[in-house]
Write a protein that binds this ligand. Sequence first.
Ligand code: GLN
Length: 489
Amino acid sequence: MNEITDLSLKALSEGLQAKTFSSVEITDAFLKRIGALNAKTNAFITVTEEAARAHAVDADARHAKGQAGPLTGVPIAHKDLFCTEGVLTSCGSKMLANFIAPYDAHVVTQCKTAGLVTLGKLNMDEFAMGSSNENSVFGPVHNPWDLSRVPGGSSGGSAAAVAASMTPLATATDTGGSIRQPAALTGTSGLKPTYGRVSRYGMVAFASSLDQGGLIAQTAEDIALGLGVIAGHDVRDSTSANVPVDDYAQELEKPLTGMTIGLPEAFFDERLNASMGQRVDAVIEAFQALGVQFKTVQLPHVAEAIPAYYVIAPAEASSNLSRYDGVRFGHRADNPTDLMDLYERSRSEGFGSEVKRRILIGTYALSEGYFDAYYKKAQQIRRLIRDDYTQAFTECDLLLSPTTPSTAFPIGEKSTDPVAMYLEDIYTVATNLAGLPGGSFQAGLIDGLPAGYQLTGPAFSEGRILNAAHQLQQATDWHQARPEGLTHV
Ligand code: GLN
């Protein structure tokens, strides 16, 4: 395997500063690996080869002039729902299959300013709806650990690209688990920040009160470096939090002695699969060896999280997606007979079946006479779940659970059973309903496939989550496992 593409973001940054290699060399190495592996993984929708080389030349010039930051010249790739000026931003949908964004998302601007090199845009479930990355108009993403299996979703391209060393860092978004679940299924680290920590400006909206941008990388340390670049207040997003950004890299080194981690009883019931339970036990033991105390805590309403989420998210989606009418935005049907025909056929042709299902559910839940029974009720449950977390965090610093019920499943296994697919999110959606930060980190393998554990913290405790995960990664080697089949390209 090519040595450069094996390195972590941190090692690439150090190598650039020590002039061991140039950004052009790094960029070429990753572009070569993308060229070799994209036909197998389908992780990238667009590879911006020329622009990447030009960014790399600029980055090397900044290094030569002594004007480089820590991540100047290091590659990144963006989930295809972050607007990128002059580049296709498809959201995995036929509806936007020829949408060239006229401006950059805030996250993309931040990365460019820091000098990161954009390699391209990553595959995803259509409009970020899904848990397997089978809902993309560009075809499914294949899990680098076993190409017949899903990488998780909706940020499946981001997770697969990092797992296959096609990029050291990827942006992703998480509305109900779409950063953490694919990170778990591909043996990578992923962090969904607190709602409002990262600006949503230029992120195509799915469910606005839940959507949050974040990162997938090989290690917690790499995420800490990247989060320092993308986090922060942005006046263009009215829900962006005006809270100072912590020094995440510095927080990584704190010892964990004296930390208390809560185990939510509802997540450790008889539904927890035995081998996943064993991986979580191994994680708990490794944390205990670092001086962490554990205690059982209650989240009494968390069992209601899935039904509440699958009312609120579709309701908000149905409203957000009304803009794709073939006139203002999106695919336009040919030869309409009248305006209604244009709307109907543009939307029927442009959206895939999962997106249509969500629009139907959401429109129904918001309709007159049903609003109180569904949407309002779901919002009340959401408040109770948030209060549960507030109470739990009076007793502990972080919460730990599995990230997913099982390891990566075969492509096609759940695609005809939406309820089975929605249950993939049982451990992740409550965090979004409560607006809290959550990360998924490597917990070892089960029958050759990666398992993940999840840490959830109080609002703006990203530094604490990354600190705990980093300390565990210093003490274990689970994060170093790589998919064998792809090492020779
Ligand atoms: N799997 C969940 C859904 O389909 C979450 C998606 C997400 O976080 N974007 O809605």
